[in-house]
Design a protein around this ligand. Structure first.
Ligand code: C2E
Ligand code: CA
Ligand code: CA
Ligand code: CA
Length: 279
């Protein structure tokens, strides 16, 4: 399979420095980062294949580390999860996304969906619904434009509590996407019983298109299953014409990937959207 060199480097790096001391330093740094405005959201557009319009953006965390530069989430989210820091960080992400959502309407991009990732660890917080409710109430945003992405394993710790959170938030207008769909533990009953309006096909399948017949079969099956349940499908990690064409033929609803745009800072996204609107 094709590999993003950045990703394998980061993984290597993590393996090398996985000492307790390193963990603790990272954790302390991260605590400061949250206080000191070193965290930033990047935004990656998601394109509707039928209309070729930007339907929404996924908000992706970045850390502007004073010494180490821009640090990707694969490096610090595991630490944030282990320490519990992902809970306040996660709320900060939703708050920030709501601000940008408000701004995007003022800038003339109404209807742009903002997707935010939720960690399994955030479902350990007994005040999750309450806190999210307060954030969106204060931000006064159209909740139908807010989408939360979670993996199926995120709900495994306490499925009943997680389901209740999803229902309550869904009643406020928030929608949910199953992330990394097809990897790990997938239960079809989740699709049926949870308020899920979207599944995201994991990039590992997309990137094996053309190299593995299995990847094709799996993607076809996911799309047909989802559609038969009135659930939309986004394919992530789309990088090539070939992948795009296959997904179009299979009636995949939206694509997200470097082929179209990389995750970018807010100001770049605004320029990108303005160019889109002109063409
Ligand atoms: P994810 O939710 O699966 O996000 C998609 C990842 O795929 C992003 O990596 C994105 O930059 C990358 N990607 C998108 N298109 C392509 C492509 O065409 N090719 C390749 N090779 N990669 C592509 P990123 O930004 O490094 O984020 C990694 C993971 O970190 C995310 O995976 C998500 O699990 C986690 N993450 C990011 N932001 C947050 C956050 O605010 N909260 C939580 N809990 N997790 C986050
Ligand atoms: Ca995601
Ligand atoms: Ca994903
Ligand atoms: Ca992932």
């Amino acid at each position: 399979a094709k590999r993003d060199p950045g990703t394998s480097y980061r993984f290597y790096d993590r393996q090398l420095h996985i000492s307790a001391g390193y963990q603790l330093r990272l954790e302390a740094d991260l605590r400061n980062a949250l206080r000191g405005k070193e965290l930033e959201l990047y935004y990656q557009p998601r394109i509707d294949l039928a209309t070729e319009e930007v339907r929404g953006v996924e908000c992706l965390l970045r850390w502007n580390h004073p010494e180490r530069g821009l640090v990707g989430p694969d490096e610090f989210i595991p630490v944030a999860e282990r320490s519990g820091l992902i809970v306040p960080i996660g709320y900060w992400v939703i708050e920030q996304a709501c601000k940008r959502l408000q701004e995007s309407t003022e800038l003339g991009f109404p209807g742009l969906v903002f997707a935010v990732n939720l960690s399994f660890r955030q479902f350990h917080d007994r005040k999750m619904t309450e806190t999210i409710f307060r954030i969106i109430f204060n931000a006064n945003v159209d909740t139908s434009l807010l989408e939360l992405e979670l993996t199926e394993s995120a709900m495994m710790h306490d499925p009943e509590y997680a389901q209740r959170c999803l229902r309550e938030l869904n009643q406020l207008g928030i929608s949910f996407a199953l992330d990394d769909f097809g990897t790990g533990f997938s239960s079809l009953s989740n699709l049926q019983h949870l308020p899920i309006s979207l599944v995201k096909i994991d990039k590992s399948f997309v990137q094996e298109l053309g190299q593995s017949a299995d990847a094709e079969h799996i993607i076809r099956a996911i799309i047909s299953l989802a559609h038969s349940l009135q659930i939309s499908v986004v394919a992530e990690g789309v990088e090539t014409d070939g992948q795009l064409e296959f997904l179009r033929q299979q009636h995949c609803d939206e694509i997200q990937g470097y082929y179209y745009a990389r995750p970018m800072p807010w100001n770049d996204l605004v320029q990108f959207m303005n160019r889109q609107n002109q063409s």
